[in-house]
Design a protein around this ligand. Structure first.
Ligand code: AMP
Ligand code: GLY
Length: 434
């Protein structure tokens, strides 16, 4: 599409992922005005911050009219699972036409229900771990299935459980006990159904696809995130302590298998199932001896992977987003990758992922020359200074010819940033470079 008029964009969300999306969108020559809601202390650098929650659908609809929005880009999954697309579609006649990047509630079930995702993969021949879904009524079947598996045992709450709904149990006894506890309401309604799964070993990576619901798609550079709180992958699970892009093991041969065995059947499966999916698909994959297996689908970009992926996209992302949202990706919508490697290190609040304090003043070099500091859990405090407002506070990304040099640069940038209790992993990328 040529001679496109400038696009006004409303980006929903407030984390490091949204900072990275805002950073990338703001560089587009196609951009008219960019609004971010609710944003954080850093998003004002890229656009105008609007003060409403991402799941406040009335406020989204109002903002579309008031700010003449052409494209709504949804960062987190909640507004999608809760039906933002349907809410926009249900606006009265005469409302401003607007494109939205992100699936409807039907597509968002790929993330919102692990049972739905497993059935989808089964229907479309997409490689994934063997599984059985059980309820309180079928618990005996679940126990029998557990007995057919080798340890450790993977139990997943069917619904959204704030990233905490997956238990990996070392013994059959522990797995049986956890199955009962989960079905007994450990995660509320989210664990009324539990997916029991075969344990897969290998190394994990995240692959992001943007699709237009018509069978056209683009694959973004692959990434790997670091979920555990401590060095050497120890400690509690977190939202993500860092990311590398690309992980060296996700080479051309692996990515070809991912495209043939996972991406294409997923995009085509959605169409076959009558789901008009326009948005990002996040494939959580296990590289199992060179073969990709799907661990999970998410219906959004990853965080902190986005902070590593966006800076590596050398081309304009906005036309790709807009045309995917319109349902018409064209040959001119290309994704060009920067040959350099990216390493993102997340600075978290002391105590995270457990209890932590907020409101700590952030000082130091927040706009370094050789790195990008993406704000995540921050807000503007007294006197206009940024203060901490969440567990994951900042995500620092650097690009360099090698992952090793990119990591060095991100750690150098972090040495110049301070807030009380600040902590980060010191080994992001070490496992894939040493
Ligand atoms: P999920 O929420 O499905 O991504 O699961 C959270 C984490 O649990 C994943 O990132 C994996 O590290 C781990 N996991 C989930 N399913 C499996 C599996 N079948 N085998 C091994 N690890 C798994
Ligand atoms: N980094 C993993 C996620 O966003 O779910």
């Amino acid at each position: 599409m040529t001679a496109q008029k400038p696009l006004n964009v409303l980006l929903l969300g407030s984390g490091g992922r949204e900072s990275a999306l805002a950073y990338k969108i703001s560089q587009s020559p196609l951009k008219g005005r960019l609004f971010v809601a609710p944003g954080n202390a850093g998003t004002g650098r890229y656009g105008t911050v609007l003060n409403f929650a991402a799941s406040d659908f009335d406020a989204v609809c109002k903002a579309v009219e008031e700010h003449e929005i052409d494209l709504v880009v949804v960062g987190p999954e909640d507004p999608l699972v809760l039906g933002l697309r349907e809410a926009l579609d249900a606006r009265p006649a005469g409302c401003r036409p607007v494109a939205m990047l992100g699936p409807g509630a039907d597509g968002a079930a790929l993330e919102g229900s692990k049972d739905f995702a497993k059935l989808f993969m089964g229907r479309h021949g997409i490689p994934t771990a063997r599984h059985l879904t059980v309820t309180a009524e079928t618990i005996a079947d679940g126990e029998a299935f557990l007995a057919t598996l080798n340890p450790p045992f993977v139990l997943k709450a069917d619904g959204l459980a704030a990233g905490k709904g997956v238990l990996i149990e070392p013994s059959l006894e522990a797995a049986r006990a956890s199955l009962r506890t989960m079905l007994g309401g450990q995660f509320g309604a989210a664990s009324a159904k539990v997916v029991i799964e075969e344990f897969l070993s290998g190394i994990e990576c995240s692959v992001f696809v943007i699709t237009d619901g018509k069978g056209n798609y683009r694959i973004l550079p692959p990434a790997k995130d670091y979920k555990r709180a401590g060095d050497g992958d120890t400690g509690l699970n977190t939202g993500g302590m860092g990311a590398v892009c690309p992980p060296p093991f996700a080479d051309a041969e692996f990515m070809k298998k991912v495209e043939e065995r996972v991406v294409r059947p997923t995009v085509e499966g959605l169409i076959a199932d009558g789901i008009d999916y326009r948005g990002f698909i996040f494939l959580g994959l296990m590289d199992s001896d060179g073969d990709p297996m799907v661990i999970e689908y998410n219906v959004r970009m990853g965080d902190p992977e986005t902070e590593a992926v966006m800076p590596r996209i050398a081309s304009d992302i906005l036309p790709v987003m807009y045309h995917a949202a319109l349902g018409q990706l064209t040959d001119s919508d290309i994704v060009v990758t920067d040959p350099r490697a990216a390493v993102t290190v997340v600075a978290v609040a002391g105590g995270y992922p457990g209890k932590y304090e907020k409101g700590k003043v952030i000082s130091g070099k927040l706009e370094p020359e050789h790195s990008i500091v993406f704000h995540a859990g921050t807000r503007i405090g007294e006197g206009g200074h940024p203060v901490t407002a969440g567990g994951r506070v900042l995500a620092v990304t650097s690009l360099a010819d090698t992952l090793k040099d990119a990591a060095k640069a991100s750690y150098a940038a972090l040495a110049d940033i301070h807030f009380e209790g600040m902590r980060f992993r010191s080994d992001i990328s070490a496992d894939v470079t040493d």
